[in-house]
Design a protein around this ligand. Sequence first.
Ligand code: ADP
Ligand code: MG
Length: 264
Amino acid sequence: MAKVFCIANQKGGVGKTTTTVNLAAGLARVGQRVLVVDLDPQGNATMGSGVDKRAMALSVYDVLLESAGILEARQRSEAGGYDVLGANRELAGAEVELVALERRNERLRQALATAAAEPDGRYDFVLIDCPPSLSLLTLNGLCSAHGVIVPMQCEYFALEGLSDLVNTIKQVHANLNRDLQVIGLLRVMFDPRITLQQQVSDQLKAHFGDKLFNTVIPRNVRLAEAPSYGQPGVVFDAASKGAQAYMAFAQELVQRVRTLGMAA
Ligand code: ADP
Ligand code: MG
């Protein structure tokens, strides 16, 4: 059975999408079958995987409204070596349309279960790139997932707002999805020359202990350049420091999944 993880943080610009596509490509490179679900109407994970969001006949929007299944709507990221259930602006309307529908939180979960029943729809990992909000879209992600990966920058206000996410995760766990847990926090865009970042990193370690991944993703311009080439950073420049860190993170995650007893 696939391990389903949300990449979530209700702040924008904190590295969710960069983490999603690079983790996906990193896992694919070590032989894992991966599906990326883009739940952000901006469609950055879609484009960053080399899939043209404007040219998609079907997207995650159609899946949430149950007018298509995942197997019909998914695209292939040739660059990344994984599949993508893409998103575009259309998804912004889904929020409003879903409110009126039954099982509105569980649309994605149901679609993933239906896909997993087909031999061709089995994945080792499903990575869900969440929008920067605690919306109905994010809720669909959290209701589908076994765990949440939280990318964060080591900045003064990093912890602020994290409590909202943690509370939401607790509520979803209590009321909607008993499987959900925080898998870990990932430090991203790290610059060791900045003393404050070191200090915040130490505080995170003291506060979150084992929940903090050991791998630290450095600030690296190659990771920022990669999306304009429609490639994950780990493919665009595999030798770069950022790419190597994401490869190491993919391996750490595989290890953590084993430790947590989540292996297939
Ligand atoms: P989110 O999905 O949370 O909004 P993104 O992954 O899109 O965040 O990242 C925000 C911006 O920061 C993007 O321009 C991205 O290319 C850049 N970025 C992300 N991670 C890194 C990194 N480790 N080093 C340099 N730039 C990064
Ligand atoms: Mg994003």
